[in-house]
Design a binder for this molecule. Sequence first.
Ligand code: HEM
Length: 451
Amino acid sequence: MIGATLSRWTMSYFAAALVALMTAEGLMAAGYGYPAAAIEAPETLILVHIVTIGWLSILMCGALFQFVPVLIARPLYSDALPLPTLGLLLTGLVALVLGFLQLAGHAPAHFAFFPAAAVLLGSGFALVLWNLGRTLWSARPLPLPARFVVVGLFSVGATVFLGIVFALVLGGATSHSHFVTLTSAGVPIHVIAGLGGWLTFTALGVSYRLLAMFMLAPELSGVTTRGAFYVGTAAIAMAIIGGVAAVCTEANLQTVLSVAAILGLGAFLLYARDMQHIYRARKRRTIELNSRMAAVALGHLAAVVILIAVLLSFGALRQHIAAVVFLTCFGWLSGLGLAKLYKIVAFLTWLECYGPVLGKAPTPRVQDLVVEGRALKWFVLYFVMVWVATAALLLGEPLAFRASAGVILIATVGIVAQIVRIRRLADVSATARLPAGVHAPRLLFSLVKPV
Ligand code: HEM
């Protein structure tokens, strides 16, 4: 990655995202939202969007500002835009939360929170699409991992468009018939576009490069990888375009989503086969903690697919959809996010501090920034408790869910503490920490210069 430029504000994205994650876990432990409240209750909607926008989307945006340039070996279109973009996303999330609180009668009714959320979140995500879109456009034809990201960006565009429609209808800003129909029947499309197209498909694409890079395995672009891309794209297009068309023409949305699900399963199986190949073909035989935990997160993606299939076969998917969304958000997406953060923060901090003096002064290795033994217990506690929490949701045990959410929060704080130590070079020996010409890194942003 020598020759790449560090993204100045990626660390701020990571910090904001981790605060949102711990806030959501604290709310769940306090019994806020589902299962104490209904799945469509404003409290649950608040929790869902702190997780999906505040944690997962902001984490993904921060990572993409750093890794899209790596995927295509071109600089980011604008390194200045990410900071105002983060401001818009965070203030937009606050406005959306206030809009949901208004629905619950806990915020003054005369403020136009939902329209404000629509404008702020719409502009924030538009700036994300503009900055990454211009960067990707300059590097056509794109390598396969970058094409996954392009489909992910279209998916977040669709997710946000639907979210804006819902917010404007719920906020009474519009009563256009198509928008009202979309709001009453379009939530599944919004969810699939957000969790499936934006967060999962983008993560799959980036993982092809990151896992190959960190495990010194060959990068794949063969039949199975192209298959995973095209079949996955077809599944997402079917769910979003087919879904919206079905809702607006009152056709059968269930049928459309079932076809999308079958295509999605096909793409997942091709991807799983590729991941198996990467793990087997890797040159780095000792798998680092981040890659082991990424494998556990991938196992959770498989568990989500199996859980959906089992629930569908018993006709109980609707009844247990909360457990599926929870396992997707906390087992697969958050598990992968935390595992990758543990490596990415170490890698970027090493690059920022020691890249410029490489070969000129003795420098520690990336691995010297981390103490895997100490972090491992927090990751194990985290994943085990995600299982306990999922079981509690499936068995309808709200108290057990709250207790496990509390332990998940403790595990997350443990992991975050490791990440902060890494960023502060706390585990690098005092003599090796700051050789001549090296400055201590700032916690929330990177001092940007080519390395
Ligand atoms: C970016 C990723 C996003 C994801 C993954 C996501 C996910 C979800 C989920 C899971 C629900 C259903 C929750 C439930 O029924 O308990 C939902 C509903 C909703 N979302 Fe989002 N969302 C995202 C972005 C947005 C944005 C940007 C907005 C607003 C600008 C928004 C506005 C809404 C509204 C208003 C509802 C409630 C719809 C209703 O109950 O009729 N969402 N979203």
